[in-house]
Design a protein around this ligand. Structure first.
Ligand code: ZN
Length: 495
């Protein structure tokens, strides 16, 4: 694996437990880097690095790919991205759940768009402008961005409570084509949410014809993840088949006590559909979800914690039941008093979370909300939690399998060529971590604590996290669709 005649490299990482991202058993060796690429792997005792890093048998893996984020604005407003690099994340996929900052100009920011856009000025009229902003002021992590269906609807329609007309679909497709030309990688939907819940299946299929032509990807926060999850999965499969695009089911879960255990049924459905079409899904490792605080979600949760509130910021971090007692009102009135607001909902079962995580197709996506005052701990804890809690402590899968779900699997799914595997010629997106101690420290009470055991993180050959702190380097790239490979691959061989 060593390049002949190689004597000198920019960086040599020595004596590492090499987890290559494919799921294969770890090997032992050194890795050499020149500029932004891995140039040799193996016994590199003959090679001298300008910088030498002694791994002492700690794990070295490809940087983690967070496939489900709402980092659209955070990568610009807080480009150091400590919440992600502290976990070993080196690439984020944005534009999920139907919401993106571009292409849109609007004074109206209906939920859930307000999770990423705090004011009209944070929007971008077109996708070129958004990606250019990332080029001009890059973040620490790589970004691959999708267009949100709800964003398109808000831009094209005067009334969101009805299906789009033929003219409006035409106008949305025009915007979408333009965004794809700029480098957007696909389109997401959030059919669960008010700005898109009136959109019929046919509207989505019509728009996705642009995604099919551009060979992009479609991710979906489905219409329902509770009592009607079966129908929602069927709708998602139909959308993928009729539009002929690969589908990613976002943050797969089954919500509500009466639905606990139904992941057996949903995973079986996904397996069956996978025989005929490209289907993937992601999951976060917690029994609680988090989104805007809304009345229709109150009854599915056993506990609700407020994450932010515009009129009552002092309520962040408190239980909604305590707030309603204090105010002497019911939960609905309390929620209405706090709105616009966000919340954490305890609504899944641990068995379902583990069953979904264990599925070989499960990609890891944090779904973290970076602008919340008191965020869900998944924002800071997702990846170390899968490595430390679920792989090492619970033995749900091997460490190599855990890493595969965060690296080569998502890289193949999103066409991220030369990322996601420890290969000669791949980009030096790397994470050096202590496999014996790595663990999440963010909790529902203290949600912004950095994880332990993530010792060094490199993006495109530059160190962004070391000794428990960000270095300040911001080598992240805006990854445009044109530079990516085939999306929706069901195997890990595509990258
Ligand atoms: Zn979502």
């Amino acid at each position: 694996m060593t390049k002949p005649n190689l004597r000198h490299a920019d960086v040599v990482i020595r004596s590492a437990h090499l987890i290559d991202g494919t799921g294969s058993p770890a090997t032992y060796g050194d890795v050499a880097i020149i500029n932004d690429k891995i140039i040799a792997i193996g016994d590199l005792s003959e090679v001298i690095g300008s910088r030498e890093i002694e791994a002492n048998a700690r794990a070295l893996a490809p940087g983690f790919i967070d496939v489900h984020t709402h980092d659209d604005r955070a990568v610009l407003s807080d480009p150091i991205m400590a919440c992600k690099i502290s976990q070993g994340v080196t690439t984020v996929i944005t534009g999920n759940c139907g919401i993106s900052l571009a292409p849109l100009t609007s004074k109206f920011l209906p939920p859930p768009l307000d999770l990423i856009a705090d004011r009209p000025e944070s929007l971008f009229p077109d996708f070129f402008a958004y990606l250019n902003a990332l080029d001009n002021d890059p973040p620490a992590v790589n970004v691959a961005a999708q267009v949100g269906h709800s964003t398109l609807r808000i831009g094209a329609m005067d009334n969101l409570e009805r299906p789009a007309t033929g003219e409006e679909i035409k106008s949305m497709r025009h915007q979408l084509d333009h965004a794809l030309e700029a480098g957007a990688i696909g389109m997401s939907t959030g059919l669960y949410y008010e700005p898109a819940s009136a959109a019929p299946t046919s509207e989505v299929i019509e728009l996705l014809k642009s995604i099919r032509d551009a060979r992009g990807i479609h991710t979906t926060h489905m219409r329902n993840e509770g009592d009607h999850i079966k129908q929602s999965l069927e709708e998602s499969f139909r959308i993928g088949r009729d539009a002929n695009v690969p589908i990613v089911i976002s943050h797969h879960k089954v919500g509500g006590i009466s639905n606990h255990g139904r992941s057996r049924e949903t995973l079986r459905m996904i397996d069956e559909a996978s025989n005929y079409q490209a289907i993937a899904f992601d999951v976060y490792p917690y029994v609680a979800s988090s989104t805007v605080l809304g009345v229709k979600r109150l009854e599915t949760a056993s506990r609700i914690v407020v994450t932010w509130s515009k009129p009552h910021p002092e309520m962040s971090g408190r239980d909604l039941s305590h707030i309603s007692e204090e105010l002497g009102c019911d939960l609905i009135t309390a929620a209405q008093t706090l709105a616009p607001a966000g919340a954490i909902y305890f609504m899944m079962s641990e068995d379902d979370v583990q069953r979904i995580l264990s599925h070989p197709k499960a990609m890891i996506g944090s779904d973290g909300l970076p602008h919340d005052d008191h965020p869900h701990p998944r924002l800071w804890g997702t990846f170390p939690r899968v490595l430390g809690h679920y792989a090492r402590e619970n033995g749900l899968f091997t460490l190599e399998e855990a890493v595969r779900r965060m690296t080569s699997l998502p890289a193949a799914q999103f066409g991220l060529m030369e990322r996601g595997k420890l290969n000669v010629g791949s980009y030096a997106d790397l994470v050096l971590f202590n496999q014996k101690t790595v663990i999440d420290r963010a909790t529902f009470e203290a949600p912004t604590r950095a994880a332990e055991g993530i010792d060094l993180v490199m993006v495109n050959g530059r160190t962004v996290w070391e000794n428990g702190a960000a270095t300040g380097a911001r080598p992240g790239l805006a990854l445009r669709r044109q530079s990516l490979g085939q999306m929706g691959s069901n195997t890990t061989s595509g990258c």
